[in-house]
Design a protein. Structure first.
Length: 484
């Protein structure tokens, strides 16, 4: 695979910059993953050598963010003159007995640590001591650097498709960082970019004069789509125990599911695998809230569902190519089939409404916002009541991956939480499995493991509807006290 096209001095997009501005002492804007491998673990030095041999394929991993003085322009990527691979690769082990509880505790602590802005924005922790002779990696990458889909692309670069791959050719030359730009150079280039930026608007207006009727229709559709997305987001969402102030510490839990079972559900009930995912999340959140004593009757939560707008020829390029849809989660509907039908109908309508297109157009406008205004807007964003939860579902590789001959057995993703969103759920498919990763605030989500159990129960309830010998369908979910 060819290396992504990245150069020192590349300016962050408006969306990438927004992820930097959203970060504060409580909200850590990195995406992450927990990967579990069949043992035995490799020597740590071998893992370091392996990753170093691939760094030329992900040059952004050697670059850090440089801020423009007085925020007179969006930050730029520059080569880190002090890059040290051993800083980014960490080595640790679980305490005895090395079970899932110990791994969840470590993952929560690692995912709660903010990435150092003065270094390239990524880390990988190698974890030994897992029960059964297994080992794991905890990977963190700032959201300004990568979105979910491009993160999967990086995974396929760093990992192998064969347990015994040919040794990669040695680099033809040693990597040498380009000189760090001075503050004056950063400011001068930012001013130049801002002066030349209006040319994009002029070019669009000139193009508009050619074929005005067609262009007018296209403009009207864009305005409609943008307005529809913005109006939904401005309507307040229900206040729930999930939407409270958060602290800097985290808990992590996961649920492992069979992709074939999700396809079985959608083949029986209709819709898509993503509809099944959202219905399962709706069922789990409903059960969870009712156990907390929250009355869910008639309640519909709003989930922000990121969707990739990355073109086929952009796979492998870093940065964010993502928009969003507002998806309703009918947590007050306790019958699994009725709940699925509501989710399916709503998602079908959203796809036809062009909401994701509208979100992308609004996101594009971030590139034209003055950096100081953009910074303040992003700091205010978490305090708004746009949604109750983020649910992201990313398709991953449907074939085995390896690191140093060890097979990747399980992969669980992480999407960050921030103020008023005490828990978010990320889903990633890999080699016939679906990994659900639940990241929650440490204090607000002390019962995160119970929510993971609710998710297992909601999946089982949907699956039970597809068996020919299933008894008469109950009209309400059975309530549980803890994880299945």
């Amino acid at each position: 695979m060819d290396a992504p096209s990245t150069q020192a001095g590349d300016r962050l997009t408006g969306l990438d910059t927004s992820f930097l501005r959203l970060e504060d002492g409580r909200a850590h804007m990195h995406v992450a993953s927990l990967t579990v491998f069949d043992g035995p673990p490799p020597p740590f030095g071998d893992l370091c050598d392996h990753i170093e041999s691939r760094l030329d394929l992900v040059p952004r991993y050697r670059q850090r963010v440089a801020e423009v003085p007085a925020q007179q322009g969006r930050p730029v990527w520059v080569d880190d003159p002090h890059f040290n691979l051993r800083y980014h690769l960490r080595h640790t082990a679980l305490p005895h007995p090395g079970g899932d509880a110990e791994l969840r505790r470590l993952a929560g602590r690692v995912f709660a640590l903010r990435l150092d802005r003065d270094r390239p924005l990524w880390e990988i922790w190698m974890v030994e001591g897992l029960k059964g002779g297994r080992w794991a990696m905890l990977s963190k990458t700032h959201h300004a650097l990568v979105d979910g889909v491009s993160g999967v692309d990086i995974t396929t670069i760093l990992y192998d498709l064969d347990p015994d791959p040919p040794r990669p050719p040695a680099p033809t030359r040693r990597w040498e960082p380009q000189p760090m730009p001075t503050s004056a150079q950063l400011l001068a280039r930012a001013v130049t970019d801002r002066l030349t930026q209006p040319r994009a608007i002029v070019d669009e207006l000139v193009a508009f004069t050619h074929g005005p009727r067609e262009r007018l229709g296209r403009l009207a559709r864009r305005v409609r789509d943008m307005g529809g997305f913005a109006l939904v987001g401005l309507n307040p969402v229900p206040l729930t125990p999930l939407n409270v102030e958060i602290g800097p510490h985290r808990r992590y839990a996961w649920v492992d599911a069979d992709l074939a079972e999700f396809k079985q559900i959608k083949n029986h009930l209709g819709g898509t695998v993503n509809d099944v995912v959202l219905a399962a999340v709706s069922g789990a959140l409903g059960r969870f809230l009712r156990r907390r004593g929250f009355d869910t009757e008639g309640v519909v939560l709003r989930a922000m569902v990121p969707v990739s707008v990355r073109a086929a020829d952009e796979h492998g390029a870093l940065g964010n190519k993502v928009a969003a849809m507002w998806a309703p989660l009918p947590v007050g509907v306790e019958d699994p089939v009725a709940q699925f039908a509501e989710v399916r109908g709503a998602m079908s309508h959203l796809k036809e409404s062009g909401q994701a297109v509208g979100a992308q157009k609004l996101t594009d406008l971030l590139g034209f916002a003055p950096p100081t205004i953009l910074s303040q807007a992003m700091r205010l964003a978490p305090h708004q009541r746009y949604c109750n939860v983020v649910v992201t579902n990313v398709p991953g590789p449907q074939f085995p991956l390896y690191v140093l001959g060890r097979r990747l057995r399980s992969l669980y993703p992480v999407v960050p939480v921030f103020d008023r969103l005490a828990v978010n759920i990320a889903v990633l498919s890999y080699d016939g499995r679906l990994g659900f990763g639940l990241l929650g605030d440490y204090d607000a989500m002390s019962d995160l493991d119970d929510l993971a159990g609710d998710l297992r129960g909601a999946i089982a309830a949907l699956l039970s509807e597809t068996t020919p010998t299933a008894p008469t369908r109950p009209r309400r979910f059975a309530r549980t006290a803890g994880p299945a």
